[in-house]
Design a binder for this molecule. Structure first.
Ligand code: ATP
Ligand code: MG
Length: 470
């Protein structure tokens, strides 16, 4: 199979292939970029495999196209630069071997084959030649092309070995399944279940990175379910795994808290790409297991789960090394996720609405997005009714905001100035003039600016003052 037509328009391809010829070095386009090219997915990072000294090869290419800034990672044998909108990376072919007790592989220079064999999945182990006689040819040692067509994630080697070498690959399998909406091969699932404990040797940063990629995917429940089924979730996010099997009343929500949570995350993800709003959806009921109580005549209750859940966030953020500046936002959404529905009642006071406005602040719309997503009833009539309740709350919010705006509203020309310009003492008249200006603004007679108000004052003042005389 030849991809000449697909790659020839990519900037730098020609220069790279010329450089390869001149320096007698083999170069390939490799990994995710080949996968995405076949899938016609847009991407801005291009990865190239150099059989030989990748750093000096990168220098040569950069010099030719006038790039000054090349970043090199000598230890990893990689170098990259930015060119137009692309992030271009060259990596030297390597061979990896693993020692079970260390997270760090032993890396040496390798052949093309060595490098392709150490890659995680068949769909990521394809290459396109940029070399003279084979330019554009697909090199697919592990049947990755077929697996792409079949939408399946498989490992090039035995998955047990693959996961044992680098257990992060368990999460990467689920991440690609979620991002591409692919299945994972049964052999991966089997190995993942057995090897999941090995995830404990992987650094938290790498785990969190993959986890957040799952949460950012179009339908995060795909990846979350795989994490759950393999029980890898138990290791990387126990609190979420523990939501399974927790019963709740069925009217408003799904019966099982974990399954309910998956729907809420998917619902939110239809509305927003904001990964922290998605994260808030994932954890909004995280304290339900601890607060669960059976009340005769009512059923299962979870009093205070929103407050306890919010308080659990700090620990979770620390442990998962999440960005601390997002903590307050997530805490807030968890803490307030029941509040809007409590305010849907007919007789709710302005001050209760005002409290919500102040507490939610700029995040009120996100809170309502979460609340709407939180309705996972199967009954369309009920869904409609609950959604209408949120409409009503937002209506009240608007009304209260409108009232407050009016109350705060003041003439841009203040009393002191009115007294000075009209040469009058503090009196009822000052208030009347001020009100006349405010009315003119509210009625749209003049615009709400200092200049317009001053001009208007000068215009009406004589009428008011002559009234005063009479
Ligand atoms: P993305 O679009 O998310 O960047 P990608 O396929 O480029 O997807 P990267 O994590 O950037 O993924 O890795 C680039 C390539 O390096 C992969 O396609 C894969 O071939 C290889 N790779 C990355 N991480 C691993 C790993 N842990 N084990 C084996 N191969 C890996
Ligand atoms: Mg990449």
């Amino acid at each position: 199979m030849n991809f000449l037509n697909e790659i020839k328009h990519i900037p730098v391809i020609t220069v790279i292939s010329e450089t390869a010829k001149e320096s007698n070095t083999e170069v390939y386009m490799v990994g995710g970029v080949v996968r995405d090219l076949i899938l016609k997915r847009q991407r801005s990072d291009l990865d190239f495999l150099v059989i030989g000294d990748s750093l000096s090869f990168t220098e040569k290419v950069a010099t030719k196209i006038g790039i000054q800034k090349v970043t090199k990672y000598r230890n990893f044998g990689t170098a990259h630069f930015k060119f137009q909108d692309y992030d271009i990376e060259f990596v030297g072919a390597r061979k990896e071997s693993y020692n079970r007790n260390s997270r760090k592989p032993i890396v040496e220079d390798g052949t093309f084959e060595d490098d392709i064999r150490r890659r995680d999945f068949t769909i990521n182990a394809m290459a396109i030649s940029l070399n003279q006689n084979t330019f554009g040819e697909l090199i697919d040692k592990f049947n990755g092309y077929q697996d792409l067509q079949n939408k399946i994630i498989k490992t090039p080697l035995d998955p047990f070995q693959t996961f044992d070498d680098d257990p992060l690959r368990i999460l990467r399998a689920f991440r690609f399944a979620a991002q591409l909406e692919f299945q994972v091969d049964e052999s991966i699932m089997k190995a993942a279940k057995e090897m999941k404990e090995r995830l404990r040797i992987v650094s938290q940063e790498r785990i969190t990175d993959e986890f957040l990629k799952i949460l950012t995917s179009p339908k995060p429940s795909v990846g979350l379910k795989l994490l759950f089924d393999s029980e890898a979730l138990q290791i990387i996010f126990t609190e979420i795994q523990n939501l399974a099997g927790v019963d709740q009343r069925q009217d408003y929500h799904h019966k099982d808290v974990f399954l309910h949570t998956l729907s809420v995350v998917d619902n939110v993800s239809k509305e927003t790409e904001n990964v922290w709003l998605r994260f808030a959806a994932l954890v909004h009921d995280v304290a339900k297991p601890q607060t669960k109580k059976f009340v005769e005549g009512i059923g299962w209750t979870f009093h205070g789960h929103e407050e306890l859940g919010a308080r659990m966030m700090k620990n979770i953020f620390h442990r998962m090394k999440l960005p601390m500046h997002k903590l307050e936002y997530v805490e807030k959404l968890v803490r307030l996720h029941l509040r809007p529905i409590a305010l849907a009642k007919e007789e709710v006071t302005d001050s209760a609405i005002r409290r919500l406005i102040v507490q939610a602040g700029d995040d009120l719309n996100d809170l309502i997005t979460l609340c709407r997503a939180d309705i996972t009833s199967k009954n369309p009539q009920k869904i409609e009714k609950y959604l209408a309740n949120y409409e009503a709350v937002m209506q009240k919010v608007l009304e209260v905001q409108e009232k407050d705006k009016l109350r705060e509203f003041q003439s841009p020309v203040r009393g002191e100035e009115i007294m000075k310009i009209c040469n009058i003492k503090p009196s009822k008249k000052v208030g009347e003039i001020k009100k006349a200006i405010e009315d003119a603004i509210l009625d749209g007679v003049i615009e709400n600016s200092y200049e317009a108000a001053l001009a208007y004052l000068l215009k009406i003042k004589d009428d008011f003052l002559s009234e005063n005389k009479s």
